[in-house]
Design a protein around this ligand. Sequence first.
Ligand SMILES: [Zn+2]
Length: 206
Amino acid sequence: MSSYAPPVQRLVSELSKLPGIGTRTAQRLAFHILRASDEDAYALAGAIREVKERIGLCEVCYNLTDEARCRICQDTRRDHGLICVVEEPGDVIPMERTHEYSGVYHVLGGALSPIDGIDPEDLKIAELYARVVDPAAGQPPVREVVLATNPTTTGEATALHIAHELSERAPELTVTRLASGLPVGSDLEYADEVTLGKAFAGRTAL
Ligand SMILES: [Zn+2]
């Protein structure tokens, strides 16, 4: 690796910081980029720069957006009295693919994990309580919160924590959890839409 020219070495070292990319794969990707046309290579660099400059979090649900509010929050045909809570922005996409869901979302930005030092303050949990207890002007009251955190240890712990806190703050609110049937220990992101659609339709009260 030290025999590469410094710019090549730098590219390999940046690529190897990506999840799931070891040094060998990073080298292969670097050589691919070197062989690619200028146009393709600059398009990749430009796309990385553009997402970093233009994409932020929705001020309501904390999903990714290039505007103050994401398209789902702006959509008046969706049911704003139904909130689906997910861990990551990537979890919104499989829920949307099911076509079973017409409510809005709340993206926590992770799951509770005291061992890793991830406490409620590190996630958008207080923001969820605020949405439920005190909806923004013009928004209907929230009737139901569906906890769609991953079926993992941390995802389950997060769902239980939020369900408990919501029952104290909003006793009238219905709080549900996706039905079992999702592969335990895996991420929502990898669930197929049929399984996820069934899990949503069969959600149970907590
Ligand atoms: Zn939003």
